[in-house]
Design a protein around this ligand. Structure first.
Ligand code: TRP
Length: 334
């Protein structure tokens, strides 16, 4: 079987949390051994809704890189790079914009939801409206066949493939390659407040770099079964974030099954389950936290790794751009 190429990435608008881990980081760590993987720190995309605070985006480029390194995305196996350093991506975006209708962009479900959340009103920046096209440029520049992302990104993959098919048909070529999303079974992790999704803006996240005392505090605050008032009361396990987290991060399946039974029967207090969850999460996060601290002692080295990755990514994107320009009759000798 042909080796797959992966392109994926994150907007550097904050540190990464357990939701990112479940949604995509775990797949990336696993797939880097068998695939050619590119992971992009999407600072250009982050600016589409953070253009007023570029310094925040800049700071978070390093934070996201630290999260990647801490969870075990290995720069010897994965090309980690910074989006804004690749002018090829902006150039491809310009060409693809001709192949997409304004109406299609308005109906992209992810964009629609984000517009609502961000309260742009009538003043939606054109750069934000068109970011799915820029994302198609990111993916196609690397001829990615596989994109491990959370389920909210599915419409982006669909739109990318529409652009690929349109482009190849129009210019009678096979230069661009279609991709598929790899969405994990547990596509999203609820927030500690019980909301369906963990998110920075929702203020309900546990971060990969959270120190032990903060982790303890957050687990203590966690939303559980609101009807489980007294220890003796029978409790609900399904949809209970504490048990969802245990399923996702706990190691002792047997013990988790016993706790669930006991909770359902009644007689098991939330605090006992939470203490156990804290132990399990802390076991999972401690090595990540320690690696994060170690890498953050030498940010110069982190930046050096990013530049090394960016140079590799630049060469690949340039190759594709030249192929694209050739079929578009833009292959001048200059
Ligand atoms: N849209 C993604 C996010 O919000 C980031 C991203 C940009 C991305 N380009 C991508 C993800 C290409 C996968 C593939 O986190």
């Amino acid at each position: 079987m042909k080796r797959e190429t992966i392109l994926t990435g994150d907007r550097p608008t904050g540190c990464l949390h357990l939701g990112h881990y479940i949604g995509s980081l775990a797949s990336r760590v696993r797939l880097q051994h068998s695939c050619d993987q590119y992971v992009m720190i999407a600072d250009t995309q982050a600016l589409t809704d953070n253009f007023k605070t570029p310094e925040k985006v800049r700071e978070n480029v390093v934070e996201v890189a630290l999260d990647y390194l801490a969870v075990g995305i290995d720069p010897d196996k994965t090309v980690i790079f910074i989006q804004s350093l690749l002018p090829q991506l902006a150039e491809l975006t310009m060409y693809y914009l001709n192949l997409v209708t304004w109406n299609r962009l308005k109906h992209n479900p992810t964009v629609k939801l984000e517009i609502k959340q961000k309260a742009f009103g009538e003043n939606i920046p054109a750069g934000f409206m068109t970011y799915p096209v820029s994302q198609a440029a990111d993916i196609t520049a690397f001829k990615a066949t596989l994109v491990p992302v959370g389920e909210d990104q599915k419409p982006m993959i669909e739109q990318t493939n529409e652009i690929v098919r349109h482009f190849n048909r129009l210019y009678n070529t096979e230069v661009l390659v279609e991709c598929r999303a790899e969405i994990p079974e547990m596509a999203r992790l609820p927030g500690i407040d019980g909301q369906a999704k963990m998110g920075k803006s929702l203020n309900n996240a546990i971060y990969l770099g959270d120190p032990e005392d903060i982790l303890k505090k957050k687990v203590k605050q966690m939303y559980t079964d609101p009807n489980h008032l007294k220890v003796e009361d029978p409790g609900k396990v399904e949809g209970n974030p504490v048990f969802i987290y245990l399923d996702a991060f706990g190691e002792d399946v047997q013990k988790i099954a016993e706790l669930k039974d006991h909770y359902r029967r009644g007689g098991l207090g939330d605090s006992v389950v939470k203490n156990y969850l804290f132990e399990e999460l802390n076991k999972f996060l401690t090595p990540i936290r320690e690696r994060r601290v170690a890498f953050s002692k030498d940010k110069g080295e982190v930046l050096r790794l990013l530049m090394e990755g960016t140079r590799k990514a630049y060469a690949k994107a340039e190759e594709t751009l030249q192929e694209v320009k050739k079929v578009m009759h833009l292959d001048y000798k200059f």
